[in-house]
Design a protein around this ligand. Sequence first.
Ligand SMILES: [Fe+2]
Ligand SMILES: [Fe+2]
Length: 225
Amino acid sequence: MSAAIQEGHAAASSPKSAAEASSAERRGASPSTILLAPTPQRWFDVAAERWRELLVDHANCEKKAASTALSLIFAYPEDMALTDKLSRLAREELRHFEQVQKLMQELHVPFVRMQPSRYAEGLRSAIHRSEPARLLDLLLCGALIEARSCERFEGLAPKLTDPLRGFYSGLAVSEARHQNLYLRLAEQRAGAIDWRTRLQQLAAIESDLVTSPDEQFRFHSGLPG
Ligand SMILES: [Fe+2]
Ligand SMILES: [Fe+2]
């Protein structure tokens, strides 16, 4: 989850800029270029106030990130280049989970069960059911989720105090790297599919999920009511 993205300064990407994102990333450009809309400023304001809840949901997000990588390893075991990269990713996400839990203990934030946000399900519903389009969709969604996480960590960190400020700043760098990984894996496996166009389609769904009004407040939720 790295480019500063607060309302008004992470411009929505044009189709062309998103299409160029993968090569841009290899040059070290901002990962936010694949996102079509910035997170509303109100989300950051609410997140700074409700950081305790956010930390609990964050722990869930790290578990889900590891679980997503593991699911791909099980679903595509013959693709050993992919499984090798995603095994490392799963381990890193679990380390993040351990770090979040440690912070919860230090900051006296108890675990509470939460309903998942609409975000993952909203993206999942757009994923093709048949191959090879399915794998491409899964990888592109992974890139978008990591990009959004990066954007939110980077935008939120300056609004918080340490230890969360430093922790979130560090995670923003990790998430940018994860976004690049998923994007590279997608590009390499796209074959005859126009992955740039597909990325645009999924990015449009993703941007709607994080900018439209949302009754829930979560790490990947939409505009807070
Ligand atoms: Fe993570
Ligand atoms: Fe990640």
